[in-house]
Structure formats: structure tokens, C-alpha cells
Design a protein around this ligand. Sequence first.
Ligand SMILES: NC(=O)C1=CN([C@@H]2O[C@H](COP(=O)(O)OP(=O)(O)OC[C@H]3O[C@@H](n4cnc5c(N)ncnc54)[C@H](O)[C@@H]3O)[C@@H](O)[C@H]2O)C=CC1
Ligand SMILES: O=C(O)[C@H]1O[C@H](OP(=O)(O)OP(=O)(O)OC[C@H]2O[C@@H](n3ccc(=O)[nH]c3=O)[C@H](O)[C@@H]2O)[C@H](O)[C@@H](O)[C@@H]1O
Length: 429
Amino acid sequence: MHVSIVGSGYVGTTVAACLADLGHDVVNVEIDEDIVASINAGEAPIHESGLEERIAAHAGTRLRATTDYDAVRETDVTFLCLPTPQSDDGSLDLAIMEAGAESLGRALASKDDDHLVVVKSTVLPGTTEDVVAPILEAESGTPIGEGIEVAMNPEFLRMGTAVQDFLEPDKVVFGTASDDAAATLRELYAPILERDGTDPVETDVREAELIKYANNAFLASKVSLVNELGNVAKAYGADAYEVLEAVGLDDRISERFMRSGLGWGGSCFPKDVNALRAGAREQGYEPELLDAAVAVNDGQPRRLVDLLADHVPLEGARIAVLGLSFKPGTDDVRKSRALDVIDVLTARGADVVAYDPVAIENVRPDYPDIEYADSSEGALTDADGAVVATGWPEFDGLSVDGMARTVVVDGRRIDVDEDALEVYEGLTW
Ligand SMILES: NC(=O)C1=CN([C@@H]2O[C@H](COP(=O)(O)OP(=O)(O)OC[C@H]3O[C@@H](n4cnc5c(N)ncnc54)[C@H](O)[C@@H]3O)[C@@H](O)[C@H]2O)C=CC1
Ligand SMILES: O=C(O)[C@H]1O[C@H](OP(=O)(O)OP(=O)(O)OC[C@H]2O[C@@H](n3ccc(=O)[nH]c3=O)[C@H](O)[C@@H]2O)[C@H](O)[C@@H](O)[C@@H]1O
């Protein structure tokens, strides 16, 4: 099948490379010329395991990229993989989606045969049919359902395991308004569906849109619940990890997403939970549980610093912050809890020296005044205390020899030799 993918960031690039790998003919339409050049040169514009070799294998044959929207006319299906960021008030900002839909609609105006437009971006219920479809119709001059159809196919991949998540998904969701659209998506995904004998979840468009938000809201709230239980465990002097490991043995709960600590960050959970809260309010519903999930999450960085302050006077103290990315395995620092920890530490007069194996250059522009080290040992040298903000595996077995005082407060439960430390405090254990 001939497929175009509008937007070639984390999702668009991954989906394009994987669909090419599955035998489809794919073109990425992207406004960033560097990304276009990178894909056409057979190089991955982002770091994801398994991506580089797929792009190298297919660039120039089944995979190419362009800045020219006219390329969509040579394809049967277009996926919109554009950003759906958060506005200042927390609500969903659709400006980029609207601009992309306009360009796509204009390009489709001179296409004769049928075309399916699939929204893959995370959008609130109603966006595909009430925002994207009318723009496509107006710009192309083709009524929806009479040559152009719209569908919604949410994406559940995680950063760091994007390729594997896309190719071996727990579920595939097709939100369509017609049998033809569903059949096209089934054909496109056939190699993935047939591999595991997975049946796609087939719904109307609105349900597909909400499934994505419900999924992220559930996972984020699960981590917040785990953190709240962790805070209670700490208050009782109990170990939340032992408690929740046992709780997770219940099939109805599952042992995954049970790591308590500093909380959730990243480019998606925060913005998606906020968009759903704002959207629910717009619909006249007060999402109290989601509000609480955010409040618990936002409280964790301060709790971590409070624990440290119980042992080290922070004013003028040299404090090592270990880990900056929002989770291990990525250099992405968007909404990373580590940054909140740095904010609280500096507000309380501490001198921060930060280390991360890959993310320092993404933090430096916004935090030019803190110190950076090129190893955890370097950050710990002469430090009066340390906090673990991201659970990079390399922090296991940390060497604390050079610290002025061996006080470590851990927000991610790394493996440490507690006996070698003056103070070791876990945030929830
Ligand atoms: N990053 C992730 O792990 C996941 C993201 N999502 C959702 O997928 C959507 C896309 O997210 P990401 O890929 O992370 O975004 P991203 O920011 O990494 O990539 C978006 C790309 O679109 C390009 N772009 C912007 N305007 C354009 C236009 N008018 N025409 C063509 N290209 C344009 C940008 O230059 C950028 O390369 C969002 O709705 C996000 O919530 C869903 C699942 C996972
Ligand atoms: O919509 C999205 O973009 C994606 O958001 C998340 O993926 P991602 O943000 O890449 O990362 P996760 O592995 O889910 O971690 C999110 C945050 O939760 C935290 N977390 C996760 C699990 C846990 O047990 N404890 C915990 O604190 C992580 O440290 C991280 O800050 C979802 O897992 C994906 O299914 C979804 O597609």
C-alpha cells in the first residue's frame, strides 16, 4: 500500500520506518528540512532502538521524505502524526493539527481517486470529525465520505522502545466511520495483526480518540496511586516496593507500572492528563480523580527535597542531582521530574551539580547557572548530599567515595550499599 505520513517526529518516523519494513511504500511529509535530509540519507533523525537500521535499509527504495505535501497524492492513505501540545491553560492546542490538515486538504484537491486520512496524533473526542474533517473538506473541495474519508488510529508506543512497541503492540485500535476505512486499516496493519493473531479493536472515531486518553490517564493515575501508597508506606516506616510487589500479584492489578518515587513526566502523560481534565471541564464534568493524580505527582519533587533537608541544611550546600531525563533510556527532558527537583533545590539555596549520561545538553540552555559533571563520581565529589532523580541502571552500585557527606536520597530505587552511607533515604521506602 502507498502511505504518506505527515509529521516525522518520534511517532511519524517510527511508524514510517516500520510500515516500510512491513512492505509498504512510505513517504514522510515534514516541514523540518534537516529531518527530511536525514531520512533520505538513510539516517534516523531520532535515537530509537531498531530505527536506524530500518531507515538505512529502506531509504531510497520503500521510504523517502519530502517537504512537499503534493507527495500525498501518490498515496492511498495519510497518517497525521503532528504534535498536539498543551496550551498555557492546560487545554489541547490544535493549531498545528489545523495547519497540517489545511496543507493536506489543499494537496488532495487535485487527487482523483479515494483517500483515507488517519489521525494518529493524540486528540480529544470530536477532533477528527469536527475539526480535521471540515478543514479537509473545505480545502480539498471534496465532501467527506465522497472521495475523502477520515479515521482515528491512536498510538501507544513508548519512547525508548518505540519500534518494538509499534511492531508488537498490546492492542491496535481503529476508529472509523465506514467499513471501507476499517478494511483499509486492516490491510495496512495485516502483517502486525497476523503475526500474533491479534484482532484490532474496532470502534467509532470518538471512542478511539478517547481510548488513547483513557489509557494514558489510567497509567498516570496508577503511578500517582502507587506514589500515594508509597508516601503512606514511608509514613508508617514500611517499604512500598515490598507492599506493591505483593499487590501486583493480583491479576486484576498487574505488577507493571508499580514503581513508586518521583512520579511521571515526559512529553505525553502531563499534557494528555491536562488536556483530558480541561476537556472534561469543558463538557461540564469535574475530573476530581485526575486533578488528584496531578496533585500527588506534583508533590513528589518537594517531598524528595524535604527528605534531604532533614539531613543536610540546604542553604549553600553542594547537592548532586543524578539523572535529568524523564525516564532512563532517553535524552528527553520534557516535564522531567528532575527539573522540578532542581527548581526546589535552587529555590532553597543549594548549589546543584547535575549529571546525566545523555541529557545534559538538553537541560543546559534552560539551566545555564547550575554546574554539570561528566560522570556520577564527578557530580558526587565534595557533595554534601545527593538525590537520584532518574533511575539509570549505571547508578546501581554508586561509588560515593568522594562525597563530603554520604547522604543519598533516592527517588527511583537504585541498588546501593546502604551500609556504606551515612544516610540513605528512599522516597517511598
Ligand atoms: N512521543 C511519543 O512517545 C508518543 C506521541 N504520541 C502523540 O503523537 C503525536 C506526535 O507526537 P511526536 O511524534 O512525539 O511529536 P514530535 O514533536 O516528535 O514530531 C512532530 C513532527 O511534526 C513536524 N511538523 C510540525 N508541523 C508540521 C506541518 N505543518 N507539516 C508537517 N510536519 C510538521 C515537526 O517538525 C516534528 O518533526 C502527538 O499527538 C503525541 O501526543 C502518541 C504516542 C506516543
Ligand atoms: O502517549 C504517549 O506518548 C506515551 O506515553 C507513555 O510513554 P512514555 O511517556 O514514553 O513513558 P513511560 O514509560 O510510560 O513513563 C512515563 C513516566 O512515568 C514514570 N513511571 C513509569 C512507570 C512506573 O512504574 N513508575 C513511574 O514513575 C516514568 O519514570 C516516566 O516519567 C505511555 O506508556 C505510552 O503507552 C504512550 O504511547
